[in-house]
Design a protein around this ligand. Structure first.
Ligand code: NAD
Ligand code: TYD
Length: 340
Protein backbone atom coordinates (compact mmCIF):
# COMPACT_ATOMS: atom_id res chain seq x y z
CA UNK A 1 0.00 0.00 0.00
CA UNK A 2 1.17 3.53 -0.79
CA UNK A 3 0.36 5.64 2.26
CA UNK A 4 -0.67 9.17 1.40
CA UNK A 5 -1.43 12.17 3.62
CA UNK A 6 -3.96 14.51 2.02
CA UNK A 7 -4.61 17.73 3.93
CA UNK A 8 -7.84 19.68 3.45
CA UNK A 9 -9.51 16.56 2.04
CA UNK A 10 -12.98 17.66 3.20
CA UNK A 11 -12.92 20.76 0.99
CA UNK A 12 -13.88 21.08 -2.66
CA UNK A 13 -10.78 19.92 -4.55
CA UNK A 14 -9.42 17.74 -1.72
CA UNK A 15 -12.61 15.66 -1.49
CA UNK A 16 -12.69 15.16 -5.26
CA UNK A 17 -9.02 14.13 -5.12
CA UNK A 18 -9.48 11.62 -2.26
CA UNK A 19 -12.40 9.98 -4.09
CA UNK A 20 -10.47 9.96 -7.38
CA UNK A 21 -7.34 8.39 -5.86
CA UNK A 22 -9.21 5.63 -4.00
CA UNK A 23 -11.10 4.81 -7.20
CA UNK A 24 -8.09 4.89 -9.56
CA UNK A 25 -5.45 3.20 -7.37
CA UNK A 26 -6.20 0.01 -5.46
CA UNK A 27 -2.80 0.22 -3.72
CA UNK A 28 -3.36 3.67 -2.17
CA UNK A 29 -4.31 4.26 1.48
CA UNK A 30 -5.21 7.82 2.47
CA UNK A 31 -5.07 9.79 5.70
CA UNK A 32 -7.12 12.98 5.42
CA UNK A 33 -6.10 15.70 7.91
CA UNK A 34 -8.71 18.46 7.95
CA UNK A 35 -9.55 21.16 10.48
CA UNK A 36 -13.18 21.32 9.31
CA UNK A 37 -13.40 25.07 8.97
CA UNK A 38 -16.57 26.53 7.45
CA UNK A 39 -15.34 25.14 4.07
CA UNK A 40 -14.58 21.62 5.28
CA UNK A 41 -17.51 19.24 5.07
CA UNK A 42 -17.00 15.54 5.91
CA UNK A 43 -20.30 14.85 4.16
CA UNK A 44 -18.39 15.47 0.91
CA UNK A 45 -16.78 12.05 1.47
CA UNK A 46 -19.77 10.25 2.99
CA UNK A 47 -19.72 7.67 0.17
CA UNK A 48 -16.18 6.49 0.97
CA UNK A 49 -15.88 7.08 4.72
CA UNK A 50 -16.23 3.36 5.50
CA UNK A 51 -13.58 2.34 2.98
CA UNK A 52 -10.83 0.59 5.00
CA UNK A 53 -8.25 2.48 2.90
CA UNK A 54 -9.57 5.87 4.11
CA UNK A 55 -8.78 7.45 7.50
CA UNK A 56 -10.04 10.81 8.69
CA UNK A 57 -8.11 12.88 11.23
CA UNK A 58 -9.69 16.05 12.61
CA UNK A 59 -6.84 18.52 13.10
CA UNK A 60 -4.82 21.54 12.08
CA UNK A 61 -1.85 21.49 9.69
CA UNK A 62 -0.32 24.23 11.89
CA UNK A 63 -0.40 21.91 14.93
CA UNK A 64 2.95 20.10 14.95
CA UNK A 65 1.98 17.36 17.39
CA UNK A 66 -1.02 16.33 15.27
CA UNK A 67 0.96 16.43 12.03
CA UNK A 68 3.76 14.34 13.60
CA UNK A 69 1.22 11.79 14.85
CA UNK A 70 -0.28 11.32 11.38
CA UNK A 71 3.11 11.13 9.69
CA UNK A 72 4.06 8.28 12.05
CA UNK A 73 1.47 6.12 10.24
CA UNK A 74 4.23 5.48 7.70
CA UNK A 75 3.21 8.23 5.30
CA UNK A 76 5.26 8.19 2.08
CA UNK A 77 3.82 11.22 0.30
CA UNK A 78 1.97 14.40 1.26
CA UNK A 79 -0.44 16.48 -0.85
CA UNK A 80 -1.25 19.81 0.79
CA UNK A 81 -4.67 21.19 -0.19
CA UNK A 82 -5.45 22.67 3.25
CA UNK A 83 -5.92 26.41 2.95
CA UNK A 84 -8.13 29.38 3.40
CA UNK A 85 -9.16 29.76 -0.23
CA UNK A 86 -11.59 32.63 -0.78
CA UNK A 87 -10.25 36.01 -1.98
CA UNK A 88 -13.21 38.02 -0.63
CA UNK A 89 -12.76 36.55 2.86
CA UNK A 90 -9.04 37.43 2.75
CA UNK A 91 -9.95 41.05 2.04
CA UNK A 92 -12.22 41.03 5.06
CA UNK A 93 -9.66 39.38 7.40
CA UNK A 94 -6.27 38.07 6.31
CA UNK A 95 -5.32 36.58 9.70
CA UNK A 96 -6.47 32.97 9.13
CA UNK A 97 -4.91 33.09 5.65
CA UNK A 98 -1.44 33.78 6.99
CA UNK A 99 -1.89 31.29 9.80
CA UNK A 100 -3.03 28.32 7.72
CA UNK A 101 -1.51 29.05 4.32
CA UNK A 102 1.92 30.24 5.48
CA UNK A 103 2.47 28.93 9.01
CA UNK A 104 0.54 25.72 8.33
CA UNK A 105 2.64 25.00 5.25
CA UNK A 106 5.84 25.65 7.19
CA UNK A 107 4.81 23.21 9.94
CA UNK A 108 3.83 20.58 7.38
CA UNK A 109 7.09 21.01 5.45
CA UNK A 110 9.24 20.80 8.56
CA UNK A 111 7.43 17.76 9.94
CA UNK A 112 7.39 16.00 6.54
CA UNK A 113 11.10 16.59 6.03
CA UNK A 114 11.98 15.23 9.46
CA UNK A 115 9.69 12.23 8.89
CA UNK A 116 11.56 11.52 5.62
CA UNK A 117 8.60 11.55 3.24
CA UNK A 118 9.64 10.74 -0.30
CA UNK A 119 7.37 13.27 -2.02
CA UNK A 120 5.49 16.45 -1.12
CA UNK A 121 3.08 18.25 -3.47
CA UNK A 122 2.02 21.82 -2.65
CA UNK A 123 -1.32 22.72 -4.26
CA UNK A 124 -0.86 26.35 -5.22
CA UNK A 125 -2.72 28.68 -7.55
CA UNK A 126 -2.20 30.78 -10.68
CA UNK A 127 -3.20 33.79 -8.55
CA UNK A 128 0.37 33.99 -7.16
CA UNK A 129 1.42 35.42 -10.55
CA UNK A 130 -0.84 38.48 -10.21
CA UNK A 131 -2.91 39.91 -13.04
CA UNK A 132 -2.43 39.88 -16.84
CA UNK A 133 -3.32 42.46 -19.47
CA UNK A 134 -5.42 41.42 -22.48
CA UNK A 135 -2.62 39.25 -23.93
CA UNK A 136 0.07 36.88 -22.66
CA UNK A 137 0.11 33.89 -20.33
CA UNK A 138 1.53 32.87 -16.94
CA UNK A 139 4.43 30.44 -17.37
CA UNK A 140 6.31 28.76 -14.54
CA UNK A 141 8.96 31.50 -14.95
CA UNK A 142 6.54 34.42 -14.52
CA UNK A 143 7.64 36.39 -11.42
CA UNK A 144 5.35 36.11 -8.40
CA UNK A 145 3.27 39.29 -7.97
CA UNK A 146 0.30 38.42 -5.76
CA UNK A 147 -2.35 41.12 -5.37
CA UNK A 148 -4.76 39.83 -2.70
CA UNK A 149 -4.03 38.72 0.86
CA UNK A 150 -5.12 35.23 -0.27
CA UNK A 151 -2.67 35.06 -3.17
CA UNK A 152 0.08 36.69 -1.07
CA UNK A 153 -0.31 33.96 1.56
CA UNK A 154 -0.20 31.26 -1.14
CA UNK A 155 2.93 32.87 -2.65
CA UNK A 156 4.52 32.92 0.82
CA UNK A 157 3.86 29.18 1.09
CA UNK A 158 5.34 28.58 -2.39
CA UNK A 159 8.53 30.39 -1.41
CA UNK A 160 8.87 28.22 1.70
CA UNK A 161 8.42 25.08 -0.42
CA UNK A 162 11.03 26.34 -2.85
CA UNK A 163 13.45 27.09 0.00
CA UNK A 164 12.97 23.65 1.59
CA UNK A 165 13.91 22.04 -1.71
CA UNK A 166 16.87 24.35 -2.27
CA UNK A 167 18.26 24.22 1.28
CA UNK A 168 17.52 20.66 2.35
CA UNK A 169 16.99 18.85 -0.96
CA UNK A 170 13.45 18.17 0.29
CA UNK A 171 11.53 16.39 -2.54
CA UNK A 172 8.82 19.01 -2.94
CA UNK A 173 6.87 19.98 -6.06
CA UNK A 174 4.50 22.92 -6.58
CA UNK A 175 1.43 22.88 -8.83
CA UNK A 176 -0.29 26.13 -9.82
CA UNK A 177 -3.77 25.62 -11.20
CA UNK A 178 -6.37 27.99 -12.61
CA UNK A 179 -9.99 28.37 -11.40
CA UNK A 180 -11.65 25.01 -10.69
CA UNK A 181 -15.34 24.18 -10.92
CA UNK A 182 -17.33 20.98 -10.35
CA UNK A 183 -19.25 19.09 -7.66
CA UNK A 184 -18.87 19.83 -3.92
CA UNK A 185 -17.63 23.43 -4.38
CA UNK A 186 -18.70 25.66 -1.51
CA UNK A 187 -21.36 28.08 -2.78
CA UNK A 188 -19.35 31.21 -2.09
CA UNK A 189 -17.27 30.89 -5.29
CA UNK A 190 -18.58 32.26 -8.58
CA UNK A 191 -19.97 29.17 -10.33
CA UNK A 192 -21.72 27.37 -7.43
CA UNK A 193 -22.96 30.68 -5.97
CA UNK A 194 -24.54 31.70 -9.25
CA UNK A 195 -26.06 28.26 -9.86
CA UNK A 196 -27.59 28.23 -6.36
CA UNK A 197 -28.86 31.82 -6.60
CA UNK A 198 -30.35 31.28 -10.06
CA UNK A 199 -32.16 28.16 -8.85
CA UNK A 200 -33.90 30.32 -6.23
CA UNK A 201 -34.47 33.22 -8.65
CA UNK A 202 -32.14 35.37 -6.52
CA UNK A 203 -29.83 38.02 -8.09
CA UNK A 204 -26.38 37.03 -9.40
CA UNK A 205 -23.95 39.69 -8.07
CA UNK A 206 -21.46 40.39 -10.89
CA UNK A 207 -18.51 42.46 -9.63
CA UNK A 208 -17.67 45.63 -11.61
CA UNK A 209 -18.19 45.32 -15.37
CA UNK A 210 -18.04 41.49 -15.34
CA UNK A 211 -15.32 41.50 -18.02
CA UNK A 212 -12.63 39.99 -15.80
CA UNK A 213 -11.22 36.81 -17.33
CA UNK A 214 -10.57 33.48 -15.63
CA UNK A 215 -9.23 30.22 -17.10
CA UNK A 216 -11.68 27.48 -16.04
CA UNK A 217 -10.79 23.83 -15.44
CA UNK A 218 -12.99 20.96 -14.29
CA UNK A 219 -11.86 19.67 -10.88
CA UNK A 220 -11.38 16.11 -12.19
CA UNK A 221 -8.90 17.33 -14.83
CA UNK A 222 -7.03 19.01 -11.96
CA UNK A 223 -7.11 15.78 -9.90
CA UNK A 224 -5.66 13.79 -12.81
CA UNK A 225 -2.85 16.32 -13.14
CA UNK A 226 -1.99 16.12 -9.43
CA UNK A 227 -1.97 12.32 -9.60
CA UNK A 228 0.53 12.48 -12.48
CA UNK A 229 2.71 15.02 -10.67
CA UNK A 230 2.70 12.77 -7.61
CA UNK A 231 3.88 9.83 -9.69
CA UNK A 232 6.17 11.41 -12.27
CA UNK A 233 6.84 15.05 -11.34
CA UNK A 234 10.43 16.14 -10.77
CA UNK A 235 11.27 17.40 -7.25
CA UNK A 236 12.02 21.13 -7.15
CA UNK A 237 9.84 21.81 -10.20
CA UNK A 238 6.73 23.94 -10.60
CA UNK A 239 3.91 22.73 -12.90
CA UNK A 240 1.21 25.09 -14.16
CA UNK A 241 -2.19 23.44 -14.71
CA UNK A 242 -4.96 25.12 -16.71
CA UNK A 243 -8.05 24.39 -18.74
CA UNK A 244 -7.09 26.40 -21.85
CA UNK A 245 -10.53 27.90 -21.37
CA UNK A 246 -10.63 31.68 -20.89
CA UNK A 247 -14.05 33.17 -20.19
CA UNK A 248 -15.23 36.52 -18.90
CA UNK A 249 -17.33 36.36 -15.75
CA UNK A 250 -20.30 37.59 -17.78
CA UNK A 251 -19.87 34.74 -20.28
CA UNK A 252 -19.87 32.24 -17.40
CA UNK A 253 -22.91 33.92 -15.83
CA UNK A 254 -24.88 33.82 -19.10
CA UNK A 255 -23.91 30.17 -19.67
CA UNK A 256 -25.31 29.22 -16.24
CA UNK A 257 -28.55 31.16 -16.84
CA UNK A 258 -28.87 29.58 -20.26
CA UNK A 259 -28.51 26.00 -18.95
CA UNK A 260 -31.09 26.67 -16.25
CA UNK A 261 -33.46 28.54 -18.59
CA UNK A 262 -33.41 31.61 -16.31
CA UNK A 263 -33.63 35.25 -17.49
CA UNK A 264 -30.66 37.65 -17.72
CA UNK A 265 -32.65 40.08 -15.55
CA UNK A 266 -31.22 38.09 -12.60
CA UNK A 267 -27.80 39.63 -13.34
CA UNK A 268 -27.04 42.41 -10.86
CA UNK A 269 -23.90 44.52 -11.33
CA UNK A 270 -22.43 45.34 -7.90
CA UNK A 271 -19.42 47.28 -6.60
CA UNK A 272 -16.17 45.75 -7.76
CA UNK A 273 -13.91 43.68 -5.47
CA UNK A 274 -11.03 45.88 -4.18
CA UNK A 275 -7.82 45.14 -6.11
CA UNK A 276 -9.72 42.78 -8.43
CA UNK A 277 -7.32 40.92 -10.78
CA UNK A 278 -8.37 41.54 -14.39
CA UNK A 279 -7.20 38.44 -16.20
CA UNK A 280 -5.65 35.06 -15.42
CA UNK A 281 -4.45 32.80 -18.25
CA UNK A 282 -2.24 29.77 -17.80
CA UNK A 283 0.37 28.37 -20.15
CA UNK A 284 0.26 24.67 -19.17
CA UNK A 285 2.50 23.42 -21.99
CA UNK A 286 5.17 22.18 -19.53
CA UNK A 287 2.96 19.55 -17.85
CA UNK A 288 1.51 18.64 -21.27
CA UNK A 289 4.98 18.16 -22.76
CA UNK A 290 6.76 16.58 -19.80
CA UNK A 291 4.05 14.50 -18.13
CA UNK A 292 1.65 13.94 -21.04
CA UNK A 293 -1.34 15.54 -19.29
CA UNK A 294 -4.18 17.26 -21.18
CA UNK A 295 -7.47 18.72 -19.92
CA UNK A 296 -10.21 16.33 -21.10
CA UNK A 297 -13.48 17.89 -19.98
CA UNK A 298 -14.80 20.73 -22.14
CA UNK A 299 -16.33 23.74 -20.38
CA UNK A 300 -19.74 23.18 -22.00
CA UNK A 301 -19.89 19.55 -20.93
CA UNK A 302 -18.36 20.20 -17.46
CA UNK A 303 -20.63 23.14 -16.68
CA UNK A 304 -23.78 21.21 -17.69
CA UNK A 305 -22.72 18.29 -15.47
CA UNK A 306 -21.97 20.70 -12.60
CA UNK A 307 -25.33 22.47 -12.88
CA UNK A 308 -26.95 19.05 -12.96
CA UNK A 309 -25.05 18.00 -9.79
CA UNK A 310 -26.25 21.10 -7.90
CA UNK A 311 -29.80 20.47 -9.14
CA UNK A 312 -29.69 16.87 -7.87
CA UNK A 313 -28.01 17.83 -4.58
CA UNK A 314 -30.13 20.69 -3.34
CA UNK A 315 -30.27 19.07 0.12
CA UNK A 316 -26.46 19.32 0.28
CA UNK A 317 -26.69 22.99 -0.75
CA UNK A 318 -29.35 23.68 1.89
CA UNK A 319 -27.29 22.04 4.63
CA UNK A 320 -24.15 23.92 3.57
CA UNK A 321 -25.94 27.25 3.32
CA UNK A 322 -27.67 26.93 6.67
CA UNK A 323 -24.55 25.64 8.43
CA UNK A 324 -26.49 22.48 9.29
CA UNK A 325 -23.92 20.31 7.51
CA UNK A 326 -21.72 20.70 10.58
CA UNK A 327 -24.17 18.51 12.48
CA UNK A 328 -23.22 15.63 10.18
CA UNK A 329 -19.79 15.48 11.77
CA UNK A 330 -21.21 15.71 15.28
CA UNK A 331 -23.61 12.85 14.57
CA UNK A 332 -21.01 10.71 12.80
CA UNK A 333 -18.17 11.18 15.24
CA UNK A 334 -19.93 12.24 18.44
CA UNK A 335 -17.70 15.26 18.84
CA UNK A 336 -18.76 18.87 18.88
CA UNK A 337 -17.03 21.14 16.43
CA UNK A 338 -15.18 24.13 17.68
CA UNK A 339 -16.67 27.23 16.04
CA UNK A 340 -14.41 28.34 13.20
P1 NAD B 1 -11.75 24.79 0.13
O1 NAD B 1 -11.84 26.11 0.83
O2 NAD B 1 -12.98 24.21 -0.49
O3 NAD B 1 -11.20 23.68 1.15
C1 NAD B 1 -10.14 23.94 2.04
C2 NAD B 1 -10.09 22.76 3.03
O4 NAD B 1 -8.96 22.98 3.90
C3 NAD B 1 -11.33 22.65 3.93
O5 NAD B 1 -11.72 21.30 4.02
C4 NAD B 1 -10.85 23.18 5.27
O6 NAD B 1 -11.56 22.62 6.38
C5 NAD B 1 -9.38 22.74 5.25
N1 NAD B 1 -8.52 23.55 6.13
C6 NAD B 1 -8.49 24.90 6.25
N2 NAD B 1 -7.59 25.28 7.19
C7 NAD B 1 -7.02 24.14 7.64
C8 NAD B 1 -6.00 23.84 8.59
N3 NAD B 1 -5.38 24.83 9.27
N4 NAD B 1 -5.65 22.56 8.81
C9 NAD B 1 -6.29 21.54 8.14
N5 NAD B 1 -7.27 21.75 7.25
C10 NAD B 1 -7.62 23.03 6.99
O7 NAD B 1 -10.58 24.96 -0.92
P2 NAD B 1 -10.44 24.37 -2.40
O8 NAD B 1 -11.12 25.25 -3.35
O9 NAD B 1 -10.74 22.91 -2.37
O10 NAD B 1 -8.87 24.57 -2.62
C11 NAD B 1 -7.94 23.58 -2.18
C12 NAD B 1 -6.54 24.06 -2.49
O11 NAD B 1 -6.39 24.30 -3.88
C13 NAD B 1 -6.16 25.38 -1.80
O12 NAD B 1 -4.84 25.28 -1.36
C14 NAD B 1 -6.31 26.42 -2.88
O13 NAD B 1 -5.42 27.50 -2.65
C15 NAD B 1 -5.92 25.62 -4.11
N6 NAD B 1 -6.52 26.06 -5.38
C16 NAD B 1 -7.87 26.23 -5.47
C17 NAD B 1 -8.42 26.62 -6.69
C18 NAD B 1 -9.92 26.77 -6.86
O14 NAD B 1 -10.36 27.21 -7.92
N7 NAD B 1 -10.74 26.41 -5.90
C19 NAD B 1 -7.60 26.82 -7.80
C20 NAD B 1 -6.21 26.64 -7.67
C21 NAD B 1 -5.70 26.25 -6.45
P1 TYD C 1 -13.99 33.41 -7.33
O1 TYD C 1 -14.84 32.22 -7.59
O2 TYD C 1 -14.09 34.07 -5.99
O3 TYD C 1 -12.48 33.01 -7.68
P2 TYD C 1 -11.15 33.94 -7.78
O4 TYD C 1 -11.45 35.29 -7.25
O5 TYD C 1 -10.22 33.19 -6.91
O6 TYD C 1 -10.78 33.95 -9.24
O7 TYD C 1 -14.33 34.53 -8.43
C1 TYD C 1 -14.18 34.26 -9.81
C2 TYD C 1 -14.44 35.56 -10.54
O8 TYD C 1 -15.81 35.91 -10.34
C3 TYD C 1 -13.64 36.72 -9.99
O9 TYD C 1 -13.28 37.59 -11.09
C4 TYD C 1 -14.60 37.44 -9.06
C5 TYD C 1 -15.94 37.18 -9.73
N1 TYD C 1 -17.10 37.11 -8.81
C6 TYD C 1 -18.22 37.91 -9.03
O10 TYD C 1 -18.27 38.69 -10.01
N2 TYD C 1 -19.28 37.81 -8.18
C7 TYD C 1 -19.25 36.99 -7.10
O11 TYD C 1 -20.24 36.95 -6.31
C8 TYD C 1 -18.11 36.16 -6.88
C9 TYD C 1 -18.04 35.22 -5.71
C10 TYD C 1 -17.04 36.25 -7.77
Amino acid sequence: MRRLLVTGGCGFIGSNFVRYMLREHRDVEIWNLDLLTYAGNPENLADIENDPRYHFVHGDIADRATVDRVLREGIEAVVNFAAESHVDRSIHDSTPFVRTNVLGTQVLLDASRKAGVSRYVQISTDEVYGSLGPTGYFTEETPLAPNSPYSASKAGADLLVRAFHHTFGFPAIITRCSNNYGPYQFPEKLIPLFICNALRDEPLPVYGDGLQVRDWIHVLDHCRAIDLVLQKGVPGQVYNIGGRCEKTNLEVTRAILNILGKPETLIKFVTDRPGHDRRYAIDCSKIERELGWRPQISFDEGLKATVDWYLRNQDWVERVRSGEYRRYYELQYGERLKSS
